[in-house]
Design a protein around this ligand. Sequence first.
Ligand SMILES: Nc1nc2c(ncn2[C@@H]2O[C@H](COP(=O)(O)OP(=O)(O)OP(=O)(O)O)[C@@H](O)[C@H]2O)c(=O)[nH]1
Ligand SMILES: [Mg+2]
Length: 383
Amino acid sequence: MNRYICIAGLTTAKAVAAISSIQIVGTGAADILKTVFKPVGRGKVDFSKGQILHGFIFDSDKDIDEVIIGCEETDSFSINCHGNPLIVENILELLAKKGAKITTPQEILVHLSGQKHGDDTIAAEADLAIAQSATLDGARIIAHQTKMGLLQTAGWWIKNLDVLELDDIKKGAERILTDSDIADLFIKGVKIVLAGPPNSGKSTLFNYLCGREKAIVTDIAGTTRDWLSAHIRLKKIQAEFFDTAGLDEVLSGQNKIDADAQVQAKELIEKADLVLYVVDCTNPAIVMAGLTESLNEIVVLNKCDLGKSTSAEGIEISAKTAQGVDKLLTAIEAKLGVSDFDMKKTVCFTLRQRKLLQQIAEAKSKQQVRELIQELLKSNIIV
Ligand SMILES: Nc1nc2c(ncn2[C@@H]2O[C@H](COP(=O)(O)OP(=O)(O)OP(=O)(O)O)[C@@H](O)[C@H]2O)c(=O)[nH]1
Ligand SMILES: [Mg+2]
């Protein structure tokens, strides 16, 4: 029977790198390490908190790798080995053989932040979310919630529950949810889809934003079929731009490849945070069809270097000369609501928090609100 209840897993990327880090945490972690680690030189090994140990991980009479072990807490160690997936696998296999349960980086991180923050769930969740934030501002927004923000608002609600109106708390929860939608754009990044009729210059604009000729550009309608994407840093947020096939009913009926390309483009549009509907402004009869009212959309009038012949409204640019592109990037952030977002707003940043706030926004009694806030402040983290 397994005597230990400890877990181990890789906390760095699963790739060839200079160093990989394996974390082993929980009851029995030190006992396991004693059986697989030998120090460089002689002397007794001291696994107490704060020690840094240099030596070898070995299995029977065979050394697996030279390592540096950081003793971070009682029964919490980081094994820093060479960044070779094979070595990592051998060490994990050995730890499993000795009784550790091998698990995901997520579970390890949950364990570590739980250890660090005790029952302060929001702070523990923040540790995990900050590590995955797409931007520094996103990390800053999350960090704010652990001292002020969400922690303070929830604490204030609980403390003043008797004198506060139920409706005011419900409205407060709704406001937090709305602000969280924008905060999410800083934290997770945004998906922006370039859509529009064939030949309007979507790929030309995409290439300009990428800074290289990633997509094929020709004057043949229907050039792009498989979509391409690229991560591009805007002024405030991180965006993934998607170049898609031109939307066109004729192309759609032409053959299976074009038909599939149309389907893919429409699927991407549905999932986008923002659609840039790119049209050729030299065409007096632009078809503005294809998109739905519910979409967050900016109309881009491209090819303005050739003169404008359409009466359609939109942002005039030339993807070829870059004229107007800066204005477009500013308009994108304004449309998404991130340009003047106050980083000190109270927001939620996990699904668990969001669900509880949704329940608070629909609560029927103060007692129900009390229970929900208590759960918000203290409960197990759900990754
Ligand atoms: N003068 C001018 N030509 C442009 C501009 N943008 C694109 N073009 C030209 O328009 C043609 C079509 O450009 P693409 O970028 O391939 O158009 P697309 O929208 O990706 O086309 P599909 O992939 O077929 O949907 C090419 O010949 C481009 O050089 C622009 O701003 N000004
Ligand atoms: Mg294209």
